[in-house]
Design a protein around this ligand. Structure first.
Ligand code: AMP
Length: 564
């Protein structure tokens, strides 16, 4: 069958398209369909209007209410002047409004840019500069962080940013809209069944961006990654099958839904597409999550290894009934094999290891894999159409089973970053393979084992920290002449940052003072160093670069010797 002819060019010409021959092949093979991600959910709403779709604390929304809310919100967004081809930055905690807003924006054709709640001025300013949104959706904030105030500062600084959509504010100024009001379903009205879905009703087409995810930021500030409906929809549908999500599934989101892992692997969107129930929460302890598992009979949950360890430690004494748990997905960082084995024995669930990246590729261990595979590998590619190359430092393929950098391309891995041709040229090969920066081995049946990274980044419990970014901000401190950040082993996070610093000789500098300075610089707190080592000089390699390997060995030695 020939692929359907595209009706029009992409809304946003700056979204780098996958090469035409591969795109045609994905369409011909039926992997890419003429579908919008928001419509996949809205179709479900028509099919099962009375089932519960989303739970947020005491608030529950049926599929019919969700459809009404999405259509109403889409209408209100259009009234605000938000149009197909615009972008809207979204920095919200897990809540009902988040889900409604994301789907409504997709329906309008103004893709959301999903921003981690932990990001602060430094990151936000950059993301707004790159994605040039017309609106920014935020929470009013907490006593420690005036998110609303920061949103206003950003609006003043970026003239294209016209609207603020604010959740939970006491008072709103001109150009600001109450997000809860915007996302309210309204009183009945047109039944969802009579609404038009599909590209004709929506502002987007399948080859337009459904969402922008942000890169883990291995080199400098986060990069924006536009994911098109056709690739993103295919990935989510595929992940639904691999994770065993059905209309009976109940998925608990405890980590921020701005993580692709939580939103789309298959996560929140996959569960809604399958007709299951999504429970949204922001618990600050395993106990809070356990309470919800018991109350909602949760079947699926996604965790980073750090949270997995916390759950394993808390479960035995909690008295909570966790018997409904079927699958716990663990990813973002590599869990230890011993702890991985305890997921079944102590939490009663099947562990599914997940490895992937915001740029696309997803790997999963399968639910019927042997324990050995599940405990010691990060799984195999989600799609038979995912292509792998494992290459050595010289760029040539290594022998089967040898370690090398993983390069990948496929039906849902993007072809480039948004408005960043330099980063695109550096991260993608001319024939469209993404250089993951991950050092892997492939076992004989194609399971990936993560061995390390090529690039200079620190994976703190799943959150990626660019050493380069941290160093450049630390060096703004008037006392720091030179700084170098490296990963050190950490009991809870797996890895954390140790910052080596050379001072100007004018007195000591403590870790607490440095962290306070980084906070003043508007840097997200998860990037702060856990340890500061003051040195007279940084070691250099033969060609005069800072010798990070020597620093990693130094800190490992100090930790082993128990040096405070
Ligand atoms: P992000 O785009 O923020 O999801 O980060 C993607 C990166 O996270 C990958 O390139 C890996 O370096 C790392 N990562 C993701 N999943 C795993 C995993 N299961 N084990 C080890 N590292 C992982």
């Amino acid at each position: 069958m020939t692929a359907p002819v595209r009706e029009r060019a992409a809304l946003d010409p700056e979204v780098v398209a996958i090469a035409a021959d591969r795109a045609a092949a994905y369409r011909d093979a039926g992997l890419w369909r003429q579908e919008l991600v928001s419509d996949l959910v809205l179709d479900r709403c028509r099919a099962q209007p009375d089932r519960c779709a989303v739970v947020d604390g005491d608030r529950r929304m049926t599929y019919a209410e969700l459809a009404r809310a999405v259509h109403e919100a889409a209408g209100r967004l259009r009234t605000l002047g938000i149009a197909p081809g615009d972008r809207v930055c979204v920095q919200l905690p897990n809540c009902l409004e988040y889900v409604v807003l994301v789907l409504a924006l997709q329906h309008v054709g103004a893709p959301p840019v999903l921003i981690l709640p932990a990001f602060r001025e430094h990151e936000l300013n950059h993301i707004v500069s790159v994605t040039r949104p017309v609106a920014l959706a935020v929470d009013s904030g907490t006593r420690r962080f005036d998110q609303h105030g920061l949103a206003r500062t950003l609006r003043d600084r970026h003239p294209g940013l016209r609207h603020l959509l604010v959740r939970g504010a006491d008072r709103l100024a001109e150009g600001e809209t109450d997000l809860a009001q915007l996302c309210r379903p309204g009183p009945g009205g047109t039944a969802p069944g009579t609404r038009r879905t599909g590209a004709a009703a929506a502002g987007a087409a399948p080859h337009d961006a459904a969402v922008f995810l942000l890169s883990g930021g291995t080199t400098g500030l986060p990069k924006a990654i536009p994911r098109t409906h056709e690739g993103y929809g295919y990935m989510i549908r595929t992940a639904v099958g691999i994770a065993g999500i059905t209309s009976k599934s109940v998925t608990l989101a405890v980590m921020p839904a701005a993580h692709g892992f939580v939103m789309n692997c298959p996560g929140v969107l996959g569960t809604l597409i399958a007709g299951g129930r999504v429970v949204l929460a922001n618990p600050n302890s395993p106990a809070g999550a356990f309470e919800l598992i018991e109350r909602e009979r949760v079947t699926h949950c996604t965790l980073v290894p750090t949270l997995m360890l916390q759950w394993l430690a808390a479960a035995p004494g909690s008295g909570a009934d966790l018997s409904s748990l079927e699958v716990i997905q663990v990813g973002g960082a590599r869990p230890g094999a011993e702890a991985a084995a305890r997921v079944r024995t102590e939490l009663g669930a099947t562990l599914q290891q997940c490895y992937g990246m915001s740029e696309g590729l997803l790997c999963f261990t399968r639910l019927d894999d042997l324990d050995e595979t599940v405990h010691t590998t990060q799984g195999s590619a989600a799609s038979a159409a995912d292509e792998f190359r494992v290459v050595g430092a010289d760029g040539r393929p290594v022998a089967q089973g040898e370690m090398g950098e993983l390069l990948t391309r496929g039906p849902y891995t993007v072809a480039g970053y948004y408005r960043n041709p330099e980063a695109t040229a550096a991260a993608f090969t001319p024939d469209g393979f993404y250089r993951t920066g991950d050092l892997v081995r492939l076992d004989p049946v194609g399971n990936v084992v993560l061995e390390g990274r090529v690039r200079d980044s620190i994976n703190r419990g799943g959150e990626k920290i660019s050493a380069e970014e941290l160093e450049s901000i630390a060096q703004r401190h008037p006392r720091i002449v030179q700084a170098a950040g490296v990963a050190m082993a950490h009991e809870l996070y797996g890895e954390a940052v140790c910052l080596y610093a050379v001072l100007d000789g004018g007195g000591p500098l403590g870790l607490r003072e440095l962290r306070r300075f980084l906070e003043q610089q508007g840097l997200a707190a998860f990037k702060f160093p856990e340890r500061l080592e003051i040195v007279d000089a940084l070691p250099l390699t033969g060609i005069g670069k800072i010798d990070k390997k020597a620093l990693r060995e130094d800190i490992a030695g100090r930790l082993a010797a128990g040096t405070p």
